[in-house]
Design a protein around this ligand. Sequence first.
Ligand code: PEP
Ligand code: MG
Length: 747
Amino acid sequence: MSHDFQTDSRKMLKRLRAVMAQDAAGQARLNQITALIAEEMQAEVCSIYLFRDENTLELCATQGLNQAAVHETRMRLGEGLVGRVARTGQVINTDNAPATPGFRFMPETGEEDYCSFMGVPIQRLGEKLGVLVVQSRTSRSFSEEEVYAVEVVAMVLAEMTELGAFIGDGAAMKARHKHAVLVRGTPAQEGTARGHAWMHEPRVIVTNLIAEDPVREMERLTEAVEVLRVGVDRMLSSARFGDKEQLEVLEAYRMFANSKGWMRRMEEDINRGLSAEAAVEKEQSTARARLSQVSDAYLRDRLHDLDDLSNRMLRILTGQGTERNTEIPPDPILIARNIGPAELLDYGRCLKGIVLEEGAVGSHATIVARALSIPLVIHAGNITSDALNGDPVLVDGDQGIVHLRPDETVIAAFRDKMAMQAKAQERYASIRDKPATTLCGRTLSLRMNAGLMADLPSLEGSGADGVGLFRTELQFLVRSKMPKRAELSELYSHVMDAAGGREVVFRTLDIGSDKVLPYMKPNDEPNPAMGWRAIRVGLDKPGVMRMQLQALIRGSKGRPLSIMFPFVAQREEFDAGRAELDKALERERILGHPMPATIKLGAMLETPSLAYAPDQFYRDVDFLSIGGNDLKQFFFAADRENDRVRRRYDTLNISFLTFLQSITQRCMATNTPLSFCGEDAGRPVEAACLAAIGIRTLSMRPASIGPVKSILRRTNLDELRGVIDDAGRNGIQSARPCVMEYLREKL
Ligand code: PEP
Ligand code: MG
């Protein structure tokens, strides 16, 4: 046997290509492939096992084993050596198969006396498709080079399986990307959507895997690396110092492009007969397989970087994926591994839904998706590998479920759900112009939370009384550099125009904690939520705060202006903020800008300390707004970003409701207007309870105004208050079960 393995694998791939070029049916092709591999490897047996479903492998072709076992022999994932290869995605190479852990004898195949066993996973980009097995009677351990050659063949097979090369004569194989897939993720923005997959980074389809001329392929690889390098250099020269994302890309590029290992492995792949793109993809596949096994966050990030770089390289080599905007499918549902807030805003409202493999409940992309009211599911499995541009998709943002290429019954059930939701929307629309007056005759003010210009069209449609919380930091977060004062004042002015005379409460910059500006040096703090954030940053580095206050005064153009400071924990902070505002007003007056008609200055109550601030504080502020998201996390000492603990403590916990009630009482005693603007204000049951304990202004996402108004108009707050009080008296910790029972009876 020749030991020039590079020539061997090239020869094998060349023959493989010849087989694929023939116009043979699927099964015949598979048979030819097993025959040629067995011959090339000088082994008696070569078999191909493919997944029938997630857990079952089926013998689909064999050279050397009993032909009657083809499409009959099946095994579960993990069962026998073949099942073990499939489960772990790792090669098994042994000269004594029967003594190898996991060995299972399968008499129907007639494999009794094959000592040597080499099983190689057939996988593409971390997606397991089957196992390629070579066996021989003589006890021999296959050399590293031989394993490598079979791995390359397995990769080509994976690619062909995906492209449907084996379909056509009932060979019992499903093409990937043809069958229905159900993905269970995490809900991040409620709502349902039906549409078609729009890949943020369309999958690059590699069709020319095997190449004749390694010298040419090597040149192509080198050229692609060069293009990549020039691209990154260009990014670097346009990046200002401190642009984290760009520096990270660069760092990753440096690591990999200069990584001798990465280039060397790709060059070896090419020498063995792969095309440049197949070599890139082979390395990408290896990285993805590792990704599914490592839990270390740093290592995962680096593997993701390698994945991104590989995608860039593949796009350079194939020229695919550069014309995204020309092929928007109808009712697009954006599918991405992750996305930044600015990119998401670029897509805008045309999206019907968003599905991300990663993402976080509190991430900026989630904030933007919420602002745009686009259903969003995060942590959605391997959706970027499973979906192709244009695939039908159903997104259930309430449950966190995504149906890819759903069948008719699922579509019908989904249609019913969407119809019910549409009916509910109609009901909400019918009360849009009616007041939020309860059965006991109290009228609440329902306002909306906003932060982007894109939010403002909802003001009319939702029937909101105004904007109770305008999160000004979103404008800072979606940009790659600090906005200018003139830009901001113009924007604030537009916001007031859009509100058409209704009050807009502008919250000054709330950065820090989870909201890190891309162009500010990140601070490594052990507890960012309790760290240098919001008004603390504003007072310590007053430049930005002054600029923002000026922009707000100018943007008001003589109209009434409402401002609130976030995260005030003690009186002095509010007083210092007010002093800044007074200075800004004086400066603007001297400069000749019109003064706001009236100014209301309030504080957000987000730390328990403020509930116990001196009476004078309550009298000094023009209003207070409870930031329930933060207040709750500090009250229960449960991080709002931490999935493990954030749902542990109920908002309807008697301790929390009693605490909130004591705040309402203090506000009443001091005549301080009070609102609530955390997420709970938009949850109908929670909103009714907040109203029952005396809160009269609620600010929420625009889409929640209809449902909240609907429940309030059907509720008697005195009775509900009685239910909550009784629960507490009876020693019940969460009032929820009692409240739910009462509401179910009454509504
Ligand atoms: C809150 O904490 O409840 C709040 C409204 O502010 P944010 O969610 O922006 O921190
Ligand atoms: Mg807050």
